[in-house]
Each structure stands twice: as C-alpha cells, then as structure tokens.
Design a protein around this ligand. Structure first.
Ligand code: BT5
Length: 312
C-alpha cells in the first residue's frame, strides 16, 4: 500500500482526525489528504467525513488493502481475484527483484503442487505465495516450508481446527486415510540461487479455507467443513505474522514443528525420485530432512512423499 495511505489509516485507527490535522501530521497538502482518502474509499474503506474529522467506519473484507491494514509483518500484498498460480506470479516478481511480497488470490485456475501435480483452488480458499530473499544456503530452504506449515497449523488451531503437520509439506486433520488424515493445506516452496547462496524463495501456501468439501479431492478437508467459515483477512494476517517470526528462528521452528507433527513415531512409506521404502519416522534433522529407521539403518530423506501406514 502506498505509504501516505498507510499513514492515514494508522492515524484514523485511534479515532477521527480532521483533514488539516492529517495534512499537518503527514506533512502533505490538504488536497493530497483528500485525494488519498478518496483512493482508500475506492479500495473499500468506509471513511466518513464527520464534525470531528475523517472517521474510519469500516475496512474491506478481503484483498491487498484489507490484509495490509493492521498487519504486523513487513509484507506488501498483491491481490488478485483470479490467477493461474500465485507461485507463477511470485517467481516473476522475485526474478524482477521483489522481496517481502505476498501474492494472494481468491481463486487459481492452474494451481500447482509438487512434481507438477494439480492443486484444486476454487474461490474461497487462501492461495498465497510469500516471496523472501533470506541470507541462507539452499540446504536451509526446507526450513521455510516447515515455518509455513507451523504458521498455518497454529493459526488454524487457534480457530478450532484439530490440525497436525505431516512431513514435509502437509497440514492435515488427523484420522484414517492414506495421507495420514484429511489434507487441509499443502505447501510448494520454490527457489533460485547461485554459488551456494539463495537469491529468492517463494513459499506457496494452499489452504482450504471457506470452500466446500465437494470442491476439493474426496480425502481432503477445509476449515469451513471442520468448523465453519472463517474471516480470511485475519487468518492470512495471523499466518503471515507467525511465518515472519519463525522464518528468522530456525531452532524455534524445528521445536514447534516437532511439537505439531504426527509423522514422528509412524510407520511410513517413503517415495523419493529414486527410491521407495518403508520404515519408522524417528526424527527430523536441523535442515528439515526426515530420519527413517529401516532394517538396522537410518536413512535421511531430504525430499519425497510420505505415507503414514500405522503407528510404529
Ligand atoms: C502440495 O503438493 O501439497 C503443494 C500445494 C501448494 C499449493 C499452493 S496454492 C498457492 C501456491 N500457488 C500454487 O500454484 N501452488 C501453491 P503435493 O504434496 O504434491 O500434493 C498435491 C496433491 O494434493 C494432488 O495430487 C492431490 O492429490 C491433492 N490435492 C489437490 N488439490 C487439493 C486441495 N485443494 N486440498 C487438498 N488436497 C489437494
């Protein structure tokens, strides 16, 4: 959001302020204040002119301005009603030098999972890609996926959903089923880098929020199906604020991940690009890889699919 508009909103958050007082506090002309107030009205903010000054009467329900308003994390938000894939846009923005940007959409027509799988993304979900440029080696990028999973899990638990993390990138509602429960959220993290250094990372989060059970795969679930519809604006803010803190704190992320996963202690089947095997999931390494004990040996899995078979 444009800086003066952000400043006007933060002034109005505490109560009405007159046009001249706003102009004075923000060091702009009264005409400029009027112009920015009009622009905010077009963005969906209800700003009334009262005897005591401009009064912020309501904020938009969802969208870039809605999510940015009151957000306690350093992200700009780019909102689209409909896109092909927020990760595709995030990659373009990142290649153009963007950082701390969230590409958010109400609906995706070409949502993607890992290994070019399709991701169903009807209107009402939370489909977003967070672009960051951390100063870390590529080996630590998976920790950002874990940070995303922890952020989503904690945010949806706060809203009454019984969620758990399934290694590496799923948030599920535990129960029977191949996926170790019904899938509520998946994360697709993409990156670019050179000479052992990351240049950007896009953490793509797909969270089935206010969508019907019928519009996601049969073994998936949504927040609406579990506990009823939620306010997506505050949900997105909550996830972004938690992600922003965790992404700077790898050891806290790992502890929170271990506390929220139901993969550890499970007998699992692992599929990687080159191998398939079963064993007991016993640990996660400091870069987020899964440690699996098979007959007498420990195997460290950096990337792959994991199916929960039964408690070990
Ligand atoms: C994932 O892949 O779980 C990563 C999904 C990431 C989606 C987000 S949305 C915002 C951003 N923009 C994008 O284009 N993508 C990211 P994977 O682990 O490969 O799981 C994919 C599998 O999940 C599919 O093959 C289906 O079986 C299943 N699936 C598809 N749509 C689903 C949905 N809405 N809810 C639950 N499961 C789904």
């Amino acid at each position: 959001m444009q800086a003066t508009r952000r400043a006007i909103l933060s002034e109005l958050a505490d109560g009405p302020v007159t046009g001249p007082a706003l102009a004075d506090r923000l060091d702009v002309s009264r005409a400029a204040v009027w112009k920015h107030v009009e622009a905010l009205r077009e963005d969906g903010f209800t700003i009334r002119g009262t005897e005591t000054g401009y009064e912020l009467a309501s904020i938009p329900e969802y969208g870039d301005a809605a999510v940015e308003f009151g957000l306690d994390a350093p992200f700009d938000v780019e909102y689209h009603e409909q896109v092909d894939s927020t990760n595709a846009i995030a990659r373009e923005r990142a290649a153009d030098g963007a950082t701390d940007l969230v590409v958010l959409a109400d609906e995706q027509t070409g949502g993607r999972g890992r290994r070019a799988r399709a991701w169903d993304s009807p209107s009402g979900g939370v489909w977003m890609s967070i672009v960051v440029t951390p100063d870390i080696p590529p080996a630590r990028v998976p920790l950002l996926t874990l940070a995303g999973a922890v952020a989503v899990t904690e945010a949806v638990r706060d809203r009454g959903v019984d969620a758990a993390i399934k290694w590496p990138n799923d948030v599920v509602v535990p129960g029977d089923g191949e996926r170790g429960g019904r899938k509520l959220c998946g994360i697709l993290t993409e990156m670019a880098g050179e000479s052992g250094q990351v240049s950007w990372v896009a953490v793509g989060i797909g969270l089935n929020a206010n969508i019907d059970q019928a519009s996601v795969p049969p073994d998936a679930t949504s927040i609406a199906a579990e506990v009823g519809p939620v306010d997506r604006r505050s949900l997105v803010q909550d996830i972004l604020e938690r992600f922003s803190v965790l992404s700077e704190r790898p050891s806290e992320t790992l502890d929170a991940w271990v506390a929220s996963t139901d993969t550890l202690g499970q007998h699992v089947r692992i599929e990687t690009a080159t191998a398939s095997f079963e064993g007991e999931a016993i640990d996660v390494t400091e870069t987020g890889a899964l440690v699996v004990r098979t007959d007498g040996e420990k195997r460290v899995v950096h990337a792959g699919d994991c199916e929960h078979l039964r408690p070990a």
